[in-house]
Design a protein around this ligand. Structure first.
Ligand SMILES: Nc1nc2c(c(=O)[nH]1)N[C@H]1C(S)=C(S)[C@@H](COP(=O)(O)O)O[C@H]1N2
Ligand SMILES: [Mo]
Length: 552
């Protein structure tokens, strides 16, 4: 290798650039090692979760933890911006954060061992904390994060050790090549280059095997866990006793108009709002409802005992506090269940109590005024059926609460497991410290389903139609105004009961141009729907819906 003919200065500059490029290259491979180690961490933990404790998955536990701690405005933004994909977006952001952090851990391990392994250990400890502090964590739930962290650290150590060996060879070879025919340590350049090749291949072989196994094991474990969940089959096989009474739907209760929401919302279309990242799996065979707190005696009910109290069918419109004016976070179903007052009576609420804190298996809680649950005039129920079938898993299987007239977050606990009779002074529900009122009756309202803003209407006879709800009171009338015209009464469907929305429509001779269509309701107490706009927090939106319609 004749190099002395070249000017010395340029040679050194060239070497410096080459050394910089090679340092950068090793840093990139160190970052890749960190990402692979994180992948091995997660995959090993998923496998351990599949075998030892399904609730021990760090991915799910950390995701759930993040959902709980995300500030309310961010959560609202996510729901508003991404709708049902809000959780996917939150988890995607979490995934990117994990990717960046694990790349940094890899670089740290390369530059300052064992800092990268320490970082993985900390990640293991944090996910362990997120897992074991979750409501209803099983005894072996600690195993997956510990196994995962151990596997991740071993892989990171092995990968970075090989990477450092390779980097060392390159330095030796460079030094050998640039100084003399023999390196300072006596290694011939050819020999050094050969060793470089061996160590480089060693690094890539391990990296490739680790990455591929992490992918196969991780994805495989998740898929198997999802596929072998038997709760679907259990629900399919469940036969509820026929209810003693069914809902009578009067003739004229369902208007058949194009664009109008159906009277009963099919289960598949029913809105879903909850904090659960994965749908809780509750087997009715092992399900228990505990009624405790300020009661004469603590009561524990099995599913069969609950159902054995006698089932009846109820028509109730459920509404979410997050429903904006004109929004679709509400729906109506025929629920089959048992009055909550009968269930509470078994335990005997004590005087002084004014609230029931209902708890879900996933830790969610709701605070419901005790008198709303004991009032014989209000059909507050523990529901087990929805529109002729057992509750769908995502709507609370096997048992949930449904209370007419109260927003879902203070009354409609899904995957119910406990009713604690208590006081508003002593206990707080999930949403109370997160910017929502402890008590939240539904604000009665109306919605225009058709015409829709942005969908042009043909001039001539058209139909304006929608729904209106005033649970526990009933809708007296709905009025519609075109532009600044007079308020005209709409025709209402025959009400099923006061807890179920009514449909309404008004015929309209649409004239070409753009028009504002506004609707408002009056309830059976004679109150007019609130015109002033209010945001959903802290206790529900208000305002008259107005749509801009283009007539052509
Ligand atoms: N366990 C649990 N129950 C819950 C919630 C929840 O986050 N977790 N959300 C409540 C809210 S805010 C509403 S509006 C209703 C929605 O019920 P649905 O998803 O069946 O429509 O469920 C309520 N019950
Ligand atoms: Mo809600």
């Amino acid at each position: 290798m004749a190099r002395s003919a070249r000017p010395h200065a340029r040679e050194q500059a060239g070497d410096a650039t080459a050394a910089g490029a090679s340092r950068r290259r090793f840093r990139i491979w160190a970052a890749v090692s960190g990402v692979i180690a994180a992948g091995v961490f997660l995959a090993a933990a998923e496998l351990a979760a599949l075998l030892a404790a399904r609730d021990g998955s760090p991915i799910l536990a950390v995701g759930a933890f993040v959902i709980d701690i995300v500030p309310q405005p961010v959560k609202e933004f996510a729901i508003a911006a991404f709708g049902a994909y809000d959780k996917v977006v939150l988890l995607g952001s979490l995934g990117i954060a994990v990717l960046v952090a694990s790349a940094v851990a890899g670089v740290l391990q390369f530059a300052r061992p064992p800092l990268g392994s320490v970082a993985l250990g900390i990640a293991g400890a944090l996910s362990l904390a997120a897992i074991v502090t979750r409501a209803g964590a099983t005894p072996l739930a600690w195993v997956p994060p510990v196994v995962g962290a151990a596997a991740g650290i071993v892989i990171l150590e092995l990968l970075v050790r090989r990477l450092r060996a390779w980097a060392g060879d390159v330095r030796t070879a460079d030094a050998a090549a640039s100084v003399t025919d023999t390196a300072p340590d006596g290694v011939a350049p050819d020999e050094a280059t050969a060793r470089t090749g061996v160590d480089r291949r060693g690094f890539f072989a391990l990296a490739g095997i680790a990455a591929a196994s992490a992918f196969v094991v991780g994805v495989g474990s998740r898929v198997v866990a999802a596929a072998t969940s038997s709760i679907d089959a259990i629900r399919e096989a469940l036969r509820l006793p026929a209810p003693r009474s069914t809902v009578t739907v009067p003739t004229g209760a369902e208007l058949d108009l194009p664009g109008l929401t159906p009277l009963y919302t099919p289960n598949a279309d029913f809105y879903r709002v909850d904090t659960a990242l994965t749908v809780p799996e509750v087997d009715p065979a092992t399900w228990r409802l505990v009624i405790d707190g300020l009661v004469g005696r603590r009561v524990e009910l099995t599913f069969d005992q609950l159902v054995g109290m006698g089932l009846d069918e109820y028509s109730i419109t459920l509404t979410c506090v997050s429903n904006e004016v004109g929004g679709d976070l509400l729906g109506t179903a025929k629920w089959v269940g048992v009055p909550i007052r009968d269930v509470l009576a078994l335990a005997g609420p004590q005087s002084g109590a004014d609230m029931v804190l209902s708890r879900s298996v996933d830790g969610f809680t709701a605070s419901t005024p005790l008198d709303a649950l004991t009032d014989p005039g209000r059909d507050a129920i523990l529901a087990v059926g929805m529109n002729g079938e057992p509750l769908p898993l995502e709507h609370g299987f096997p048992v949930r609460m449904v209370v007419p007239g109260l927003y879902g977050y203070v009354s409609a606990t899904k995957w119910l497991t406990e009713l604690k009779v208590t006081t508003f002074a002593a206990d707080e529900a999930y949403w109370t410290p997160r910017g929502y009122s402890a008590e939240a009756p539904i604000k009665f309202s109306s919605r225009i389903d058709t015409p829709r803003s942005g969908t042009p209407v043909a001039a001539g006879s058209a139909v304006i139609a929608g729904v209106a709800w005033a649970q526990t009171v009933g809708i007296e009338r709905v009025e519609v105004r075109i532009d600044d015209g007079d308020w005209e009464p709409a025709t209402l469907s025959a009400p099923v009961n006061v807890d179920t929305w009514v449909q309404w429509y008004l015929e309209w001779e649409a004239t070409p141009g753009t028009h504002y269509v506004t609707a408002r309701a009056v309830n059976r107490d004679g109150e007019l729907q609130v015109e002033e706009r209010a945001p959903i927090a802290p206790d529900g939106s208000t305002g008259w819906q107005r749509v801009l319609v283009t007539v052509t």
